[in-house]
Design a protein around this ligand. Structure first.
Ligand code: NDP
Ligand code: 8X3
Length: 248
């Protein structure tokens, strides 16, 4: 019998690619997101192995109703892929929009820990796995990354803390930390600025959602005695820059 994965944020980018990759590898996938029509299109493409669950991850009541309504064939989640997330804005902290900061924290941190808390008992029962989408922004600060980087550092450290708490349960936890992946990420971050999207990814050969999805699938399918704690990836075109110095 195939295993069951819940992938948050399956309407676009990395999560959508994860749904395809996992179904292609004989998983049954519950894919979540707010855009129902995107999930319905995936259902039409992937068939009975895919179950669409439409909810905002910040809305615990809607989430719980969707989980309670899972068909029998999707009950018993073995793998949680905490992928739904976003960056909003690139302004320095001193001119950033506080509401955008709150939305990032509510989505990338609060909703992620809440869903994880909800599913942990079942994951322990089934010796399952949690794969969290952090980012290189967790480790390498950059101008305008402020709260986004903070949320992703939380995701990384939460993942490591989970590993520690789950010792002896057989549950695996991995923090996946990608650099530049061409998805809708920059359009969301810049409120739909196509020029910003094109300028960031143009000529850079960024990673794709499929690249990250293959990594997620690989981590999920490792033998049960192996755990990848953290996994950082970048396109070859991306690397590190030096410190900045403000001068008089
Ligand atoms: P996309 O914008 O393409 O996809 C984001 C997904 O998150 C969508 O499916 C969206 O669904 C979902 N989502 C966002 N907010 C909510 C919400 N409130 N409720 C439910 N679903 C939500 O971006 P990516 O695929 O690039 O991002 C996926 C993850 O990867 C994020 O956590 C991001 O931080 C991380 N990441 C991305 C990198 C990149 O360079 N692209 C690099 C490193 C990490 P919908 O809008 O339909 O609700
Ligand atoms: C997304 C990668 O470098 O834009 O997490 O923060 S970055």
């Amino acid at each position: 019998m195939s295993r069951i994965a819940l992938v948050t944020g399956a309407t676009s980018g990395i999560g959508e690619a994860c749904a395809r990759s996992l179904v292609g590898s004989d998983w049954r996938v519950i894919g979540t997101g707010r855009r129902a029509e995107r999930l319905e299109a995936l259902k039409a493409e992937l068939g009975d192995a895919f179950h669409p669950a439409v909810f905002d991850v910040r809305d615990e009541a809607a989430r719980d109703a969707a989980l309670a309504a899972l068909p029998e064939s999707f009950a018993g989640i073995d793998l949680l892929v905490n992928n739904a997330g976003l960056a909003l804005g690139t302004s320095p902290a001193q001119s950033a929009d506080l509401d955008q900061w709150k939305t990032m924290i509510e989505t990338n941190v609060t909703a992620l820990v809440s869903l994880t808390h909800k599913l942990l008992p079942g994951l322990i029962e089934r010796k399952g796995a949690v794969i969290n989408l952090s980012s290189v922004a967790a480790t390498y600060p950059y101008a305008g990354g402020n709260v986004y980087g903070g949320t992703k550092a939380f995701v990384r450290q939460f993942s490591l803390g989970l590993r520690s708490d789950l010792a002896g349960t057989g549950v695996r936890v991995c923090s996946i930390e990608p650099g530049m992946v061409e998805t809708e990420f920059t359009l969301v971050r810049t409120s739909g600025n196509q020029q910003a999207h094109d300028a960031l990814y143009g000529g850079a050969t960024p990673m794709t959602g499929e690249d990250i999805a293959e990594t997620v699938r690989w981590v999920a399918e490792l033998p049960p005695h192996l755990n990848i704690n953290t996994l950082e990836l970048m396109p070859v075109s991306q690397s590190f820059a030096g410190f900045q110095v403000a001068r008089d």
